[in-house]
Design a protein around this ligand. Structure first.
Ligand code: NAP
Length: 245
């Protein structure tokens, strides 16, 4: 049983899908949790569930691609919670297309939302975590950041970039007992994968012969957020039913 009683966490993109499950799992383990997204109303169902578990919850409106929004999100968080023990960089988008047809705006949107946001949030988290001389940063990347995927140049570049950033920050922060790791999901059943065509063909390539559930990712995050992983840093934990090995 993982016990995160009285710990505090910020989960970006906590309104639905994987982020929502991560936030609720952390709260079930005893954590007080803030969730962010671009729309405050859609965060309410997550914060209601966290409060029903008897934990403190906070919803923060923030477009993680914008530096000022991220700075304001951290100010809000640290006004309510005394320290930041856990940061989960989960917010992410796709804007797929073959590179010959990919617009510059679609490249920029995906890189800014997935990769620049992780840089901005880690930079903001560095000061309070270094001061506390502890912290857990978990970046939600993707297996396609490891192996590439036709039609996702922007997304795969952003997710591969997150892996490089994870390893660099693991080295920069290790002496302060701050762990920085990444979780690389395979295909997980959420709004993001709902629109995928030909799911039968995709499932045929997964040894476990099914899409994962958001809770499969939340379980991995829980481990990396807990003292059980204190000697693990700079790693990418693949959670994909055996798709990439
Ligand atoms: P999802 O259901 O589409 O949820 C995405 C979350 O990110 C939402 O809460 C969304 O809230 C938030 N978000 C998007 N853009 C944002 C922005 N600019 N600022 C702040 N929040 C933003 O996606 P998901 O499937 O749960 O994916 C979560 C993470 O897992 C992503 O990083 C994704 O790349 C990664 N992942 C997913 C899969 C999969 O198969 N589902 C596989 C590999 C990796 P708002 O729209 O309200 O802002």
């Amino acid at each position: 049983m993982i016990d995160l009683s009285n710990k505090t966490a910020l989960v970006t993109g906590g309104s639905r899908g994987i982020g929502r499950d991560i936030a609720i799992s952390l709260a079930q383990a005893g954590c007080n949790v803030a969730v962010s997204g671009r729309d405050l109303d859609t965060l309410k169902s997550t914060t209601d569930e966290i409060e029903n578990l008897g934990r403190k919850a906070l919803a923060i409106r923030c477009d993680v691609a914008k530096e000022n929004d991220v700075a304001e999100m951290f100010r809000n968080f640290l006004e309510v919670f005394p320290v930041m023990d856990i940061l989960v960089n989960n917010a992410g988008i796709t804007k797929d297309g073959l590179i010959v047809r990919m617009k510059e705006a679609d490249w920029d949107d995906v890189i800014d939302t997935n990769l620049k946001s992780t840089f901005l949030c880690c930079k903001e988290a560095a000061r309070p975590m270094m001061k506390a001389r502890c912290g857990k940063i978990i970046n939600i990347t993707s297996v396609v950041g490891l192996i590439g995927n036709a039609g996702q140049a922007n997304y795969t570049a952003s997710k591969a970039g997150m892996i490089g950033l994870t390893k660099t920050l693991a080295r920069e922060f290790a002496s302060r007992s701050i762990n920085v790791n990444a979780v690389a999901p395979g295909f997980i059943a959420t709004a993001m994968t709902e629109k995928l065509p030909d799911t039968e063909r995709l499932i045929a390539n997964i040894p476990m012969a099914r899409f994962g559930k958001p809770s499969d990712i939340a379980n991995a995050v829980l481990f990396l957020a807990s003292p059980l992983s204190d000697y693990i840093t700079g790693q990418v934990l693949t959670v994909d039913g055996g798709l990439v090995m």
